[in-house]
Design a protein around this ligand. Sequence first.
Ligand SMILES: [Zn+2]
Length: 160
Amino acid sequence: MSPYGVVVCPRCKRAKGVDLKQKTTTCSCGFEIRVTPARVRARAESARELAPLVGRINAEVAGGLKAYEQALAPRKRRRSQDVHARVLAAIPRTGNRSVRVRTAAVELTRELELFTFDDWTRVLAGLGIPDPRTALDALIRTNAVFEPKAGFYRTIGLTA
Ligand SMILES: [Zn+2]
């Protein structure tokens, strides 16, 4: 069994070299880390080998966090672009305008459950249909779309 190891502080996520005979070690942030086999991220035969290992584990933790943050951060923006693109892709390019408008409302409901006037405006702009307010009001008047809470719309069913 290698006598030295690297553990990662659960509080500040910094790696620290330890003598594995110790039961605990105090991180530079003040947190007392319990040294358990599950927590040992790397092992070393000598104290001298610890420093480069600590550096590598720190880079791995930072890389993992960065990848994780990158995976999370742009999702929201990308999601809304994807939604409008998917909705537009589902609507016939040609044909009866009122069918296309109803299909837009159905597809937005399918994607979002509730859509906003902003979603509606973007999709109608993508279809090249002017005056989204009038188009939406017409759907509300004919009970094709309702407004279950202020500013949020959906169709009654999922067929145009
Ligand atoms: Zn710490």
